[in-house]
Design a binder for this molecule. Structure first.
Ligand code: NAD
Length: 389
């Protein structure tokens, strides 16, 4: 079947198997052309099929030579319907790792469930014995509480008052104004349940209980701060509350890991095009302007560049590393540079539909979004039939 991109409301409903495999290969190639890394040999990535989790696993496997277990929640394909991009990414990653002589296991299912935790612990016990690093990189719209069975849905809303801002439909290139109404107390609580630190802690407890965390184990989760432009919808909104909870979970996990000389940390990463960020109001427009400014200054990074820097400068470096006043790694340092933010703000004030193409990197945003779904990858014949399963 010939597969073309089908995009609705900034969500891509199709994915190209060969394009996904090739963009995984490109990320592997990037890592292979950098200095090899040392110190991490067995890695668990929770949320490994896309974006930051996928890039983390690629750096662990092809930079450090680590065996890995990856968990994701993706839909397989059928004869007539493509799988989700993450499904094809996982398949490609496992194949490339096997060719490189590395063990790589991918488990597809709900990481929030107790069953998944037990299955993955068993897999680690049988094949890796223990892990040196646990990466927590889930972005999910819902979570079923494993104890109560209650279903929680996360929302992206401001808190306290409504938020009106420019936003972008990146497919049509139309810049319009969006108003988001404030979240209810229930919605805030639900979002914290889904995207806060509770499940990260449950994972660490499950792994500890089975005795499969190595001495000196590290665990990391990803957060975002962003500029004051997006503060009302992001950092001061429901998702920001969840991220605060996630960051607050570090101390609890560190206490649990004391006997193992382990360490938990949060990394504040750069805003990047991923499936998750494309659906946050105002964020695609902000990213399009940010890319324009950062590319013009020669300081732009994608997921794989960010994650290589994380492993190279922090996770694989012995001894204490520089953290911010709240104990976080700041990979968003270049994004938040004063000159970068000043220029983005000036562009933000001017941007409208008719000047979007000339003052933003909408092209770069769209190309990267498509590439995350295996489209627009050089070397792929998009007119040819492909097998979807
Ligand atoms: P993504 O959508 O690209 O990937 C999310 C991953 O989570 C996928 O592998 C998906 O399969 C997995 N997942 C979702 N629900 C699951 C479930 N129930 N069980 C198992 N796996 C599940 O997301 P991303 O943008 O890479 O975000 C990853 C983390 O990085 C998030 O915590 C996000 O807030 C953070 N972050 C993202 C950005 C950004 O701009 N994209 C910036 C800073 C921090």
């Amino acid at each position: 079947m010939v597969v073309l991109p089908k995009i609705r409301n900034n969500i891509c409903l199709t994915a190209h198997p060969l394009g996904c495999a090739l963009q995984v290969q490109h990320q592997i190639n990037f890592v292979k052309h950098r200095d090899p890394l040392d110190g991490l040999k067995r890695v668990l990535v929770i949320g490994s099929s896309n974006g930051y989790g996928l890039a983390s696993r690629i750096v662990a496997a092809f930079g450090c030579g680590a065996d890995s277990v990856g968990i994701s929640y993706e839909r397989p394909g059928s004869v007539t319907r493509p799988a989700t991009a993450g499904w094809y990414n996982e398949t490609a990653l496992v194949e490339r790792a096997a060719e490189a002589g590395l063990k790589a296991f991918s488990v597809n299912g709900d990481a929030f469930s107790d069953e998944m935790k037990q299955e993955v612990c068993g897999l680690i016990e049988d094949h890796l014995q223990a892990v040196d690093l646990v990466v927590y990189s889930i972005a999910s719209p819902r979570r079923i509480d494993p104890k109560s069975g209650d279903i929680y849905a996360s929302v992206i809303k401001p808190i306290g008052k409504s938020y009106s801002a420019k936003t972008l439909d990146f497919q049509s290139g139309v810049v319009s104004t969006i108003t988001a109404e404030p979240a209810t107390e229930d919605e805030i609580e639900h979002t914290i349940k889904v995207m806060g630190g509770e499940d990260w802690l449950l994972w660490i407890e499950a792994l500890l209980e089975r005795g499969i965390l190595a001495d000196g184990v590290k665990t990391i989760a990803y957060s975002y701060l962003g500029p004051d432009l997006t503060y009302p919808i992001y950092r001061e909104g429901t998702i920001g509350r969840a991220k605060l909870h996630l960051e607050g979970t570090v101390d609890t996990i560190n206490t649990r890991l004391t006997n193992l000389n382990g360490m938990a940390v949060v990394s504040v990463n750069k805003a990047l095009v991923t499936r998750a960020s494309a659906v946050i109001p105002a964020v695609p427009l902000y990213i399009s302007l940010l890319y324009r400014v950062m590319k013009s200054k020669g300081i732009h990074e994608g997921c794989i560049q960010q994650m290589y820097r994380l492993f190279h400068d922090y996770l694989c470096m012995p001894g204490p590393r520089p953290l911010d006043e709240s104990g976080r790694i700041r990979l968003d340092d270049l994004e938040m540079r004063e000159d970068v933010q000043r220029e983005v703000r000036l562009l933000w004030e001017r941007v409208e539909t008719k000047n979007l193409a000339s003052i933003s990197d909408i092209r770069g945003f769209s190309d990267e979004f498509l590439m995350h779904h295996g489209f627009g990858v050089p070397g792929v014949d998009y007119d040819a039939d492909v097998t979807l399963v």
